[in-house]
Design a protein. Sequence first.
Length: 133
Amino acid sequence: MPGLRFGARLTEAFQPTRSMRRIRDRNKDLIGEMRVATPTSEQYSVFRSYLIRGIATAGMADMTVLDFAMMVEDSQRRDPPDRISQARPRHCHHGRGTGELIAVALTDVLSDGLSMVYSSSRRAKHPVRSAPS
């Protein structure tokens, strides 16, 4: 596939900025996973904390748990389906993410790349966390 080879060249050429390296280092104790988008109450809890902090735009500020579930479930009907990413603290013995969900992001998978639908984190509990802008 020509596109795949082109993507591999882009990945090899990518050099994280100083800011990206700082964020990576600050969050090295987290482990992330990406999967087909399926809503959970834990994800909504992280999303809700984002809304409470007043960061959300007017259209998202009034979202209920049902609205959240519909937004995520609608993404499953796309081809290819959207993805949801989650981050948790890394377990010291087996290296998998365990414990409280720290961050969640819903991403549209498009034919020509990825598009962020939303991302949120529990920054109030974990003030040193930050995400690239």
